[in-house]
Design a protein. Sequence first.
Length: 256
Amino acid sequence: MPARTAVPVNTEGRETFRLAPPVVLWWAWVVFVLVNVVDFAVQGLPSARFGAVVAAILFCCTGLAYTLALRPRVYADGAGVTVVNPFRVHHIPWRLIQTVDAGEWVRVNYAAPAADAADTATQSSAGGKRLSCWALYVSAAARRKIARGPRPRRGLLPGSRATARWLEDAQRGGGHGSRAQDTARLPDEARRLAAMPAAQAIAVRLDSRAARERTRQPRPSGTTGPGETATARWSWLSIAAAAVPAIILVIVAILG
């Protein structure tokens, strides 16, 4: 899979969005740790203190790699979008989502009730709140490409069913010949989407689905139904994965 490709995985209507590089980084780190463990087991350690320091460092970096690289992802299902960031999990119903765009990260702009105003985990945006998806970052090179690229034609609307179908097929990898052959047969609008950075294409797909979900059950703007409330909760597992190894490292350093 190319590094820029992000493939949605459907499980009972759920799509999982994440980029490949953080996952590759995680497994590369796991291999590095295993190689070091085997090496120390074969050759032995110079001293117990040295072994304790090295183990604490590896343990600390592993916790950070899990929290910052492997854990973050974005789910989309019938209920809405769930953004798994390093230390918090946010759920936003489709009804509340206004737009999904791409800046430094893919950003979900949504209408937030007054009760959410005190939530400092999200940034304020015009008419609501803005949530950045840690897993779907946009590199500096990709942002420059987006900035200088031509704007989509009028016929390529975020809510277009044709656009959504093409994005779904493209992100799944096609399966009908090579990518180059498939791209050559696409209309101009679809080729423009194929040239987008992966995170931007995902933003267009999520924005398209949000637009479709809003039109299925129209409701006056600013009103919500049962269960249509944005929620956020702390992930104590990821907090422990980052904090506990760091505390152990500090203790080892002090005692050493």
